[in-house]
Ligand binder design. Structure first.
Ligand SMILES: NC(=O)C1=CN([C@@H]2O[C@H](COP(=O)(O)OP(=O)(O)OC[C@H]3O[C@@H](n4cnc5c(N)ncnc54)[C@H](O)[C@@H]3O)[C@@H](O)[C@H]2O)[C@H](O)CC1
Ligand code: K
Length: 508
């Protein structure tokens, strides 16, 4: 699903109105009706008190339409106009009058702090104060209202955007922003819903198709793509009946040190479970018996070092090399990594201590084969690219870095972001149960396996990240967030792949 800059969405509204020969009021009715349908699909009809807070722009206009439709269905609705300015939009006014014509209790206008109503924890709050038109932080009594809604423990449903959240820039500390449980957003998800700094304001995000002109949308530059099931299915290549293990490539997993042999076994096992034809592990010799015992499907090659890698030598021809898990960052292992980099001409996957070695030895970066995949978590990223001001600045700096060295970056986080060239892919699978030791080692193995099967490094990063998250979700369903461990993610990769071929109803 495409994510666009919001300035283009406003243009898309205008183009839609022109090309579909409708009015802006019709479009607002359409958008708000979609939101209304989604809201009632989640509510029991009846006396549940719903408080709609409507601003005076078009987001407020949406709120008024939703209120009118809810009243029409017999819901118990109170409408509060958040009267922060005299510049009421045309469609706000049209819908304000329509609401008044209903003859139900008059919308209450709030113009100051002492007019803010009590909000009970049993209320449902519909937040239609500001949408994508927010251009400065909420201030004064409007900020107090937002803070009061947040403190109320009521269920909060934000329309289009949580009010107070900018669609295209990061908030500063102290800004008051609605913390929604659910955000019903129109046509395109907004990038800020997926960034660590701002994502928690949106809560669960539901994207509502409001029928904006598809031709115009497809002519727009895409800011990012939210990876979905369909995209993964499109990328997936069925296996040929007459294939053999060589068809799916040989993955070489290099890493481990005394006390950290488990990491490479996790990576190698995940690679085998994700379709790699053959997997060899290269490790210090202290790992030999452990690896042969825990993973009979893998071959094991020993380094001359007992407790750490000293000098990487192998005589096989892997399709892909994954380096770094549990390797440590000693001078000897760093030297071995440098020699490895000098000899490899095809894309690699670099994780964990491999990333730390790159951070400490920036001259290694130009030795990386183009299109290598780097999989940093936030601290590893910070060591690689330095400090950033906020999440948007982080993305800009990461883009600059990866383009300098022609890399693919997998920025691991609650929503992992994959960057390549000027493209950005946001992952929407996974859960907090995956914040557990070794989950990253598993991801490196899944991505490695897809490269070894002939997927491009970018495709492998996208499909691998998505499947890893989906497998984590399946594991959590059975085991709970707390009860799952990294190896469980690997155990569910097969099911996550099978699930790709079920239709939506079957898989829920
Ligand atoms: N794009 C769509 O898919 C559709 C969107 N719709 C809704 O329209 C809003 C955007 O409406 P707009 O009138 O442009 O802006 P807002 O309602 O978000 O804000 C109103 C107005 O308030 C002023 N303002 C901004 N910041 C502040 C502030 N901190 N304090 C006071 N006043 C402020 C500013 O001048 C704004 O213009 C979109 O989100 C959707 O909900 C349509 O329904 C159609 C489809
Ligand atoms: K809103």
């Amino acid at each position: 699903m495409n994510i666009y800059d919001v300035r283009y969405l406003a243009e898309a509204d205008e183009k839609t109105i022109e090309r579909q020969e409708i009015t802006s009021t019709d479009l607002m009715e359409r958008a708000a009706t979609e939101a209304f349908k989604e809201i009632i699909s989640r509510l029991e009809p009846g006396p549940v008190p719903i408080k709609v807070f409507a601003g005076i722009g078009n987001n407020g206009g949406d709120g008024l339409v939703i209120a009118r439709l809810l009243l029409g269905e017999g819901y118990n609705v109170e409408v509060f106009i958040v009267d922060y300015s005299r510049n009421r939009s045309k469609d706000f006014l049209i819908n304000y009058n329509k609401l008044k014509e209903l003859g139900r209790p008059w919308p209450v206008s709030i113009k100051s702090e002492d007019e803010i109503p009590e909000i009970a924890e049993t209320d449902i709050v519909i937040d239609a104060i500001f949408g994508i038109g927010l251009n400065r932080p909420a201030e004064g009594w409007v900020a107090s209202l937002i803070s009061k809604i947040n403190l109320s423990s009521a269920l909060v449903i934000a329309i289009d955007m949580p009010s107070g959240l900018f669609a295209d820039k990061m908030p500063k500390t102290g800004h008051d922003i609605i913390k929604a449980h659910l955000t019903l957003t129109f046509q395109s998800p907004k990038l800020v819903f997926y960034l660590p700094q701002t994502g928690s304001y949106a809560g669960e995000v539901e994207v509502l198709d409001i029928g904006l002109d598809q031709d115009f949308l497809s002519s727009l530059p895409v800011r990012a793509k939210l990876i979905d099931h369909i995209q993964i299915l499109d990328m997936y290549r069925p296996r040929d009946k007459f294939s053999h293990k060589g068809t799916y490539g040989h993955s070489l997993i290099i890493g481990g040190s005394y006390g950290k042999i488990g990491s490479i076994s996790l990576t190698a096992r995940a690679a085998l479970r994700s379709g790699a034809g053959m997997v060899s592990i290269y490790a210090p010799s202290c790992g030999y018996e452990i690896l042969q015992t825990v993973l009979p499907e893998a071959m094991v090659i020993m380094d001359e070092g007992d407790k750490e890698i000293m000098n990487i030598k192998y005589d096989l021809k892997p399709e892909v090399v994954c380096f770094g898990m549990g390797a440590g960052t000693s001078g000897t292992t760093t030297g071995a990594f440098r020699n490895l980099l000098e000899g490899i001409k095809f894309p690699m996957v670099i994780d964990a201590d491999g990333l730390n070695m790159l951070s400490k030895n920036k001259e290694f970066l130009k030795l990386l084969p183009p299109q290598s995949v780097l999989t940093p978590h936030p601290r590893e990223l910070q060591r690689l690219i330095g400090d950033w001001e906020d999440d948007l600045d982080k993305l800009d700096k990461a883009m600059e870095f990866l383009n300098k060295y022609s890399l693919v970056m997998v920025l691991k986080d609650a929503h992992t972001i994959i960057l390549s060239g000027n493209e950005m892919y946001i992952n929407d699978t996974g859960n907090p149960g995956m914040a557990t030791a070794g989950a990253g080692d598993v991801l490196a193995g899944v991505i490695t396996a897809f490269i070894s099967q002939g997927y491009s490094p970018l495709e492998a990063a996208i499909i691998g990240t998505w499947l890893h998250g989906r497998a984590g979700d399946l594991a959590a369903n059975e085991l709970s967030y707390e009860g799952m461990i990294a190896g469980d993610i690997t155990n569910y990769i097969g099911k996550a792949i099978l699930e790709l071929f079920k239709n939506d109803e079957d898989s829920s």
